[in-house]
Ligand binder design. Structure first.
Ligand code: ADP
Ligand code: ASP
Ligand code: MG
Length: 396
């Protein structure tokens, strides 16, 4: 019998109705496979056990508190694992809740952004052999000191993919509140369409550019382990999106579409420093600030940072004595597609759509599979919708 890992997100476990659907999905999967369940914390803030609610109980800043923040954040998933285990048992299934540590998830010491180093699968395998469903608290592990760590926001997906890889699972299913991976975030672009198949590469690019439907590292782990990853709705029986490599998509010679999705990231600020001084980048790195959309010219360097890092960024720039120009309230809108490489005219179409919609482009960057534009945050929806329409993503 094969192994399936099923992960249920925050909205899926938040209500009795969601948990009823969860029980149905697990019961059905358990008919033909050994099932391991991974859960997120219940609901979103202000729900009492949501991650942000728990973090809000200990308002603090700085790395000195990172260990304590991880310890409290991890409680949300543990509470959820117990609630779900009891619901499964009530439905007649043999289930046991496990914290990340009990499930054998060993991480590095990087609190808040820990990486999984190793999974000791003994307990999980014993449960599988005993016909017992492990319900694992997502988003967490334990470091070599025995301290609780968390895997970064949205990290329960990564717990599921990592357990799938460690157990040699046949499939990892991510159950959430949307029908699958869509051509844009449906809360921003209502015309967004569900995609039945996508490649790991496309979804990695989307996640990297802000589509939070699945955690970036989860897709990377699935890709490296060659495990199919399905993104499905907890609340329907639709097939969702199956993410595999291109060959697995059954069309090895069909050219990939130039543009398959629009991704967005809000809450960014643009920083322009007048003289090209690479010292600014090492100073940002030392302060733990991640920079993005880096453009270096002979007379200036421009980059973007997360708005929440702005106080640190301003302090670093002051210390360097830089007269920087900072534009707050920006957002990044990107088009993504594995087939855009080498196709002429994609940038022209993008620029035309944004100009027609009256959206200012503050900066751009591109990769093999994407083109990103920095725009004023209050124009993000307009920009995303204009690009979605321009590349025909809603009407196929
Ligand atoms: P969960 O708690 O189930 O992990 P998340 O909130 O982390 O759920 O992720 C699901 C959300 O991701 C959706 O509600 C949707 O608003 C957002 N999202 C962003 N981009 C996309 C996309 N391209 N396709 C689908 N959903 C997306
Ligand atoms: N509960 C965690 C978060 O809100 C992890 C997750 O949902 O995947 O980030
Ligand atoms: Mg999520």
């Amino acid at each position: 019998m094969g192994i399936i890992v099923q992960k249920f997100g925050g909205t899926s476990v938040a209500t009795p109705e969601g948990r009823e659907h969860l029980v149905q999905k697990v019961t059905k999967a358990a008919e033909n496979a050994s099932v391991v369940v991974v859960v997120s914390a219940m609901g979103r803030c202000p729900a009492p056990y949501a991650t942000d609610t728990l973090l809000g109980l200990v308002p603090c800043e700085g790395s000195a508190d990172a260990r304590e923040l991880d310890a409290i954040a991890a409680c949300g998933e543990i509470i959820s694992a117990v609630v779900v285990t009891v619901a499964l048992r009530k439905a007649g299934l043999n289930a046991e809740s496990l914290t990340g540590a009990q499930a054998g998830i060993i991480t590095d010491d990087c609190h808040g952004q820990a990486r999984i180093l190793h999974i000791d699968t003994k307990r999980l395998k014993n449960n599988i052999e005993a016909g017992k469903i492990s319900v694992v608290a997502g988003f967490q592990g334990v470091n070599s000191k025995g301290d609780v760590t968390t895997l970064g926001r949205g990290g329960s997906d990564t717990t599921a993919a990592a357990l799938g890889a460690a157990l040699g699972a046949d499939l990892v299913e991510i159950y959430t509140d949307v029908q699958g991976v869509m051509s844009a975030d449906p809360s921003i672009v209502p015309e967004a369409r569900w995609q039945d198949r996508m490649t790991y590469t496309e979804v990695i690019e989307m996640a990297n550019l802000g589509a939070k439907v699945v955690h970036l590292q989860a897709v990377e782990i699935a890709m490296h382990s060659r495990i199919p990853l399905a993104i499905r709705s907890t609340f329907s029986d639709e097939p969702g999106t199956l993410i595999t490599d291109l060959a697995g998509a059954g069309a090895p010679f069909a050219p990939p579409k130039p543009v398959t999705a629009v991704a967005t990231t809000a809450g960014r600020a643009q920083v322009v420093v007048p003289a090209h001084d690479l010292g600014v980048f090492s100073a940002m790195a030392q302060a733990g600030v991640s920079v993005d959309m880096i453009n270096v010219f002979p007379d200036r360097a421009a980059f973007i940072v997360a708005m929440q890092d702005l106080p640190v960024v301003k302090r670093v720039l002051d210390e360097l004595g830089h007269e920087a120009k900072i534009v707050e309230g920006c957002a990044k809108v990107s088009i993504v597609g594995e087939g855009m490489r080498g196709i002429p005219g994609i940038m022209a179409k993008l620029a035309e759509a944004l100009a027609r919609a009256g959206v200012d482009i503050l900066q751009t960057s591109d990769s093999h599979y994407s083109i990103s534009c920095l725009v004023p945050e209050n124009e993000l929806e307009t920009a995303a919708r204009a690009l979605h329409a321009q590349f025909g993503l809603g009407g196929m």
